[in-house]
Design a binder for this molecule. Structure first.
Ligand SMILES: *[C@@H]1O[C@H](CO)[C@@H](O)[C@H](O)[C@H]1NC(C)=O
Ligand SMILES: *[C@@H]1O[C@H](CO)[C@@H](O)[C@H](O)[C@H]1NC(C)=O
Ligand SMILES: *[C@@H]1O[C@H](CO)[C@@H](O)[C@H](O)[C@H]1NC(C)=O
Ligand SMILES: *[C@@H]1O[C@H](CO)[C@@H](O)[C@H](O)[C@H]1NC(C)=O
Ligand SMILES: *[C@@H]1O[C@H](CO)[C@@H](O)[C@H](O)[C@H]1NC(C)=O
Ligand SMILES: *[C@@H]1O[C@H](CO)[C@@H](O)[C@H](O)[C@H]1NC(C)=O
Ligand SMILES: *[C@@H]1O[C@H](CO)[C@@H](O)[C@H](O)[C@H]1NC(C)=O
Ligand SMILES: *[C@@H]1O[C@H](CO)[C@@H](O)[C@H](O)[C@H]1NC(C)=O
Length: 876
């Protein structure tokens, strides 16, 4: 076996395995759902976007935070997002749009905002129709007016929303789709140029295959339409006629059914009918509770006073629709009004056209109180006046029985058009296909069918190809040079009006002496400009009590801004020219770097020769304080893994994501800070290769990081990103063993953690030095993977060390092994599915998957340090 090929093959396997784990995690979630469902979806992704914690709804479903499951965000595609969670109290005043269930309100409390095209990827375990449900509410945001943002939402093949906008901040918007997907599935958010996109929650959940069949009746001419399975569908209306709201809790497929009141065009002639829900029967081979729950079939609207006089009208429902689309119409019937067979016979009309003549439910189902449904497809050309009209009325030519008619439930479902869109005429590639509408429908069907088949066949090939290509083009695809987030810089008035603008222009004068300063500045998104007085108030005139850290550059204060946000303020010592350089470089660097796992710069102040940087506040302080040497509750192994993964992501981004590759140079547990949700963010990454060499500072940095220092760097004085990898390896052991990296009090061979840990590992005695608090909870497989990664990081020569991307893979794998281990522990959780997957992964982890190491010999040499160790923000 050629080493190279094996390597690539195994990384490919690793990719598949990790996906499988995700599916497993989610299927268990489905099994514990609140209601008694006969159908348990194989894929069940429920995501509360941008929320710091999971959301448990009244209906029993738990939406995971996308923080917990960042793997949904396909980092392989190099699309990064910024997160802004805005905890916000939607009072229950949003009742005008009844479609989303009130139990879903918690999902609207947070949103994820996308600054550029971004994508959620899902691994689909079982191809077939999936519910895709999207939740939107334009939460107030201090800088971005979400009611005015415009964006497009697509899947890989279909456009779901084109130039979508939620203008009204008094109602929530809920969109529900049914899409037939194969292996992999993505939801892509594309902000319109200069705008943003957002989403509050996403569901991707398997639907039973039997839910939508491939064929339906057409209305005119009365024929059969086939090929429905290749189309994407959007639910426009779902009515429980004559009944109440049905929430996801009372529906086997978590659907919401709303009362028909507003759509009943002739309420004077209609009268509700009820039956006991338990009395509803489902016929063999016909409707099932998944088609509609018995709460739908047990209520209906019938004709008023049909006993007393011969009614001469139709019951009519009218729903507004987009007339340029064709629709699937599903009518639910259940004869709950008749006393005997063949008593109720009526006609059904769709938009004035006869859909069913002389419908006799009792003869169709051979029973009363039995569910029955029928699907119709209505072509766009039959939709007049922009609405769909459903009518039921007595069949005048049949005189037997009572003159009555009923309808129990109604679903109106939009079918994608020739452009592959459910909203407008633009295809996923952005091309306008409006003129092709209608006539080429059949051709498109074939095209999509072929496309799906091809995707299925090429999936493996593509993944393999990607991974083979990875080492070469990873760097290229990670070019973020244009990725300057205008996060906070969009429209701050102080930019142009500030008195200090001349000072600031000299500040950046070397770069922008000629160009219009304020505009280029704000365009670059260098963050918000703070007035000195503003920061004086925020820190109570730089009160010593507010100091949370100090370093060579100055002090770090915790402060509260006017709007209540807590921030960390780093105030530079006055007067040093060198300080000004660092200040300038840090602003330029930081503003280029935005990542969920890097502490982000909110703004700065350079008034009155101040040099003040304003960062996001990291409530939980440095990682080290949570590992040893303080009174904090020790972290669990899973938490530690998640923190290491976060930090590794941050470093990976520094190495590969930013325009030129940035070496942190001071990776250590005090520079990994934790926010209020224990999300790890790397701080103090102000070292860039542009920075001028400052001898004094190199030595400061060396001193501060003793114990983490790459021996090769020491020898060759040449820095590569592999030096960070080395330091990160030390961090990994520090997290595992919970002791200082240098402890002079210990016997000589134990002083340096890196050496001691490697020595113990070689002797197979690593268990002895693991933090006793977690030692018993670690899965042996997870530990093995983790130590393997840490050990590789500490390789003597940089070329032998893996890149951060590979370290990340190994850590994620270790986390998945740990999760599988903890899920396995209670024996009653062992379902058949689980054992199968578990076995597979065990085999693979033991034999087939050596850890991946991609040799990356692009050496980036960096001249100097920018910041001495400072901003080691202490916990509260
Ligand atoms: C769930 O449904 C199954 C059969 O469909 C039934 O045996 C079981 O008792 C139900 N459980 C509950 C809690 O209703
Ligand atoms: C939300 O607002 C309502 C009324 O405006 C208030 O009663 C409730 O306490 C608020 N909830 C939170 C979490 O702030
Ligand atoms: C947000 O934008 C909308 C539409 O452009 C506008 O009507 C509204 O006043 C704006 N709201 C704020 C707070 O600026
Ligand atoms: C809705 O937007 C208006 C301005 O556009 C604002 O005054 C109002 O407070 C917003 N309401 C909510 C609930 O955010
Ligand atoms: C999904 O599409 C594939 C290929 O077009 C088809 O074979 C399959 O039956 C479809 N599944 C459903 C549930 O419609
Ligand atoms: C919904 O289901 C719950 C039990 O799961 C039940 O108590 C409640 O009555 C149901 N709602 C309706 C409208 O039937
Ligand atoms: C019911 O509606 C159909 C189609 O709109 C119409 O042809 C028929 O005459 C109506 N029946 C009555 C009794 O009005
Ligand atoms: C369409 O609307 C016009 C005017 O509102 C009305 O005269 C006509 O009958 C409507 N056609 C249908 C099929 O509803």
């Amino acid at each position: 076996m050629g080493g190279d090929t094996t390597l690539r093959y195994s990384s490919f396997l690793l990719l598949l395995i990790s996906c499988l784990f995700f599916i497993f995690a989610d299927s268990t979630a489905a099994a514990t759902k609140g209601h008694n469902s006969s159908y348990s979806p194989p894929d069940n992704y429920l995501i509360d976007c941008g929320s710091p914690q999971q959301a448990k709804l009244d209906d029993g479903r738990t939406f995971k935070s996308d923080h917990d499951s960042s793997s949904y965000l396909d980092t392989n595609e190099d699309i990064q997002t910024s997160v802004e969670s805005i905890p916000f109290n939607i009072s229950s005043s949003h009742s005008s749009n009844a479609s989303p269930s009130p139990s879903a309100l918690p999902l609207y409390l947070s949103a994820r905002i996308f600054h550029e095209e971004s994508k959620y990827s899902f691994f689909v375990s079982q191809p077939g129709r999936h519910w895709v449900r999207l939740y939107f509410y334009p939460l107030p945001h201090p800088y971005i007016n979400l009611t005015s943002v415009v964006f497009t939402v697509q899947t890989d093949k279909f456009v779901l929303l084109q130039d979508f906008n939620v203008r009204d901040n008094t109602t929530v918007v809920f969109k529900e789709y049914l899409i037939n997907v194969t292996d992999r599935f993505s939801i892509i958010f594309k902000p319109k140029k200069g705008s943003y996109a957002f989403v509050n929650a996403i569901e991707v959940v398997s639907a039973p295959d039997s839910l939508i069949s491939d064929s339906a009746a057409t209305v005119s001419p009365s024929k059969t339409f086939t090929g429905l399975s290749t189309y994407a569908l959007e639910v426009s209306y779902r009515l429980n006629i004559g009944g109440q709201n049905i929430t996801p809790k009372n529906d086997t497929l978590s659907r919401t059914w709303v009362p028909d009141g507003p759509f009943n065009a002739f309420p004077q002639g209609s009268e509700p009918a009820f039956a006991e829900p338990r009395s509803i029967n489902y016929p063999k081979g016909g409707a099932t509770p998944d088609i509609a729950p018995n709460l739908v079939y047990s209520t209906a609207v019938k004709m008023k006073e049909s006993q007393v006089m011969e009614p001469n009208f139709n019951l009519t429902w009218k729903m507004n629709v987009d007339a340029s689309f064709s629709y699937l119409i599903r009518l639910h019937f259940c004869d709950i009004v008749s006393k005997s067979f063949n008593d109720l016979i009526f006609n059904v009309y769709i938009n004035g056209l006869m859909a069913v003549s002389c419908l006799d439910l009792s003869s169709l189902t051979n029973a009363l109180f039995t569910a029955y449904y029928k699907d119709f497809v209505i072509d766009a050309s039959d939709i007049t006046n922009g609405s769909i009209m459903i009518q039921v009325g007595p069949a005048s030519n049949v005189k037997s029985g009572s003159s009555n008619a009923i309808l129990n439930g109604l679903e109106i479902i939009k079918i994608n058009n020739a452009a592959g869109s459910l909203d407008g005429f633009f295809a996923v590639d952005g091309l306008y296909k409006g003129s092709a509408f209608g006539s080429t429908k059949l051709k498109i069907v074939a095209g999509i069918g072929l496309g799906m088949g091809v995707t299925a066949m090429l999936f493996l090939a593509i993944v393999l190809f990607r991974w083979q290509k990875r080492p070469q083009d990873w760097q290229k695809r990670n070019s973020f040079s244009s990725w300057l987030l205008p996060l906070h810089g969009s429209s701050h008035t102080t930019y142009s009006s500030s008195k200090s603008s001349s000072r600031r222009s000299s500040f950046f004068g070397s770069r922008k002496s000629k160009s219009g300063y304020s505009s280029s500045f704000s365009n670059q998104g260098l963050g918000r400009f703070f007035k000195f007085s503003e920061l004086q108030i925020a820190t109570q005139n730089f009160d010593e009590k507010a100091v949370i850290g100090a370093g060579g550059f100055g002090k770090v204060y915790v402060a509260m801004l006017e709007d209540g946000t807590k921030v960390a303020i780093k105030r530079g010592n006055h007067g040093s020219e060198q300080g000004i350089n660092e200040f300038q470089t840090e602003i330029q660097m930081l503003s280029k770097l935005r990542h969920r796992h890097l502490v982000s710069l909110i703004g700065f102040c350079d008034e009155q020769s101040e040099m003040i940087l304003v960062y996001e506040y990291m409530a939980n302080g440095p990682l080290r304080d949570h590992i040893y040497g303080s009174n904090q509750t020790p972290l669990s192994w899973k938490q530690r893994l998640e923190i290491c993964i976060g930090a590794a992501r941050g470093l990976h981004y520094l190495h590969t994501g930013a325009a030129h590759g940035i070496i942190h140079r001071d990776v250590k547990t005090t520079n990994i800070l934790l926010d209020e949700n224990l999300v790890a963010k790397v701080s103090d990454f102000g070292l860039s290769k542009d920075a001028p060499l400052e001898q004094g500072h190199v030595s400061t940095a060396v001193k501060g990081s003793f114990g983490y220092l790459d021996p090769e760097y020491f020898r060759r004085q040449q820095l590569t990103e592999k030096s960070d990898v080395y330091s990160f390896g030390v961090v990994l052991f520090e997290v595992l063993c919970a002791r200082p990296v240098i402890n002079p009090k210990l016997p000589r061979e134990q002083v340096s953690l890196a050496e001691w840990a490697m020595q113990c590992h070689r002797k197979g005695k690593l268990e002895k030095i693991i933090d006793p608090y977690i030692a018993d909870t670690i899965s042996p497989e997870s530990l093995k993977k983790y130590v393997e990664a840490a050990e590789k990081c500490l390789a003597e020569y940089g070329v032998d060390r893996p890149g951060m991307g590979d370290v990340l893979w190994n850590l994620e794998f270790a986390l998945q092994l740990q999760e599988a281990y903890t899920q396995l522990s209670p024996p009653e959780d062992k379902s058949i599915d689980f054992i199968v997957i578990e076995k597979q992964s065990e085999n693979n982890s033991r034999e087939n998957i050596p850890s991946v190491s991609v040799s990356d010999d692009s050496e980036v040499t960096v001249g100097s340090t920018l910041f001495p160790p400072l901003g080691n923000v202490q916990g509260r």
